[in-house]
Design a protein around this ligand. Structure first.
Ligand code: NAI
Length: 374
């Protein structure tokens, strides 16, 4: 009995590769994509008539099982199983979107930074494979693995330094760290506190809360001052909310008691991101407006896109930052630096400097790792 359904991937297919697909995030994310992406196809005006999920994991048994299981779900999205035995090449070849939740998750007492040594090795190897197998002038790479603050610099600088074909490909405009879970949490926690305190009658809508900076502890800056939700939070409530967004991941790590970190909420956040890229590539939308952690400078040390030149001095030269972006099929096309100008005094004078000083260390750690690799 086949454990995967692998139709020939034709010109009319959109292929999404998920690396680390047998893990906690990978499985749930693959399920959401397998079950839901057909609705994007229905809206599509383009010639793409098919979406394929290529699932890769170093755990061969697990990935075969996950793929067989998913392949029985009654949607027209096809799936295939890949592991080192058959090679990662078949998984990545012709992929338009590569999503990476591969690596080890946190255990209680660990910070995201503690994961660096193992996960940096994994990310740079996967980056080598992406550079060798994908069309660097087109592919989008979404990095979920932690620590995002350091691993996105690893992914970008490794590809640019070690793969000459990346030159002038613009790949650095299409590699993004996924910080969406922080935004999801900020929205959930704000709504919760509003309802608890009787501050809002709008119980059925979810607030938008911009979250910028990085994806760990105090590098996460939730901008409750710029939320669209009518709320009059007192100082204690605001402090509580900011801390809860910055350390929300610890609640899950503690509750799982050694059995990993956030997987289901992360899969939900990741799904929200991937579906936007699918929509973009199918031509259902012309641009994505979303927040990702990206390099602000390109391979030639020029600002990555309009708006990045204005942002760089505001963030004291930190050259990777999570910020609202406009993204087209070519990659980041605009950086919404003005969100920093709209910060209130506390956000700008207290939170931003702490974020930037920690972020710079995290970025340097990633860059030093790549520099030390022969
Ligand atoms: P997990 O341990 O359940 O799954 C990781 C999977 O990666 C495993 O199936 C493992 O076999 C696979 N893997 C390991 N090395 C690999 C390689 N070289 N190539 C392909 N696959 C490989 O972990 P979980 O909970 O799914 O978390 C994955 C990563 O996502 C962790 O680094 C975690 O910290 C991070 N994470 C990121 C979040 C974010 O907001 N960006 C939120 C939550 C977790």
């Amino acid at each position: 009995m086949p454990h995967s359904v692998t139709p020939s991937i034709e010109q009319d297919s959109l292929k999404i590769a998920i690396l680390g697909a047998a893990g906690g995030i990978g499985q749930s994310l693959s399920l959401l994509l397998k079950a839901q992406l057909q609705y994007q196809l229905k809206e599509s005006n383009r010639s793409v008539t098919h979406i394929h999920l290529a699932l890769y994991d170093v755990n061969q048994e697990a990935i075969n099982g996950v793929t067989a299981d998913l392949s029985h779900i009654d949607t027209p999205i096809s799936v295939s199983s890949h592991s080192p035995a058959g090679g990662i090449e078949n998984c990545l070849h012709n992929a338009s979107i590569v999503v990476i939740p591969a690596g080890v998750p946190r255990k209680p007492g660990m910070t995201r930074d503690d994961l660096f040594n193992v996960n940096a090795g994994i990310i740079s190897q996967l980056g080598d494979s992406i550079a060798e197998c994908c069309d660097l002038s087109k592919v989008f790479v979404l990095v979920i693995s932690n620590p995002v603050n350091s691993l996105v610099p690893v992914m970008v600088s490794n590809i640019l330094k070690n793969h000459p074909q990346s030159r002038n490909s613009g790949i650095e405009r299409r590699i993004m760290g996924v910080t969406k879970l922080d935004i999801v949490r900020a929205s959930t926690f704000l709504r919760e506190i509003n309802i608890e305190s009787g501050l809002t009658p709008r119980v059925n809508s979810m607030p938008d809360v911009p979250v910028i900076g990085g994806h760990s502890g105090e590098t996460i800056i939730p901008l409750f001052s710029q939320s669209n939700f009518l709320s009059r939070l007192n100082e204690d409530q605001l402090k509580y909310l900011i801390h809860r967004v910055q350390y929300g991941g610890d609640e899950v790590v503690k509750a799982k008691n050694g059995k990993g970190s956030a997987t289901l909420s992360m899969a939900h956040a990741g799904y929200k991101c991937v579906v936007q890229f699918v929509s973009l590539l199918l031509g259902n939308i012309e641009q994505i407006h979303g927040t990702y952690y990206v390099p602000l400078k390109d391979a030639n040390n020029f600002p990555i896109a309009p708006g990045a030149d204005q942002l760089l001095p505001l963030v004291d030269g930190a050259d990777y930052f999570a910020i609202p972006l406009t993204i087209t099929t070519k990659g980041v096309s605009y950086v919404d630096y003005d969100i920093v100008n709209r910060m209130n005094d506390m956000e700008r004078n207290q939170m931003l400097p702490i974020c930037v000083s920690q972020l710079k260390k995290n970025i340097d750690k990633g860059l030093e790792f790549v520099a030390s690799r022969s």
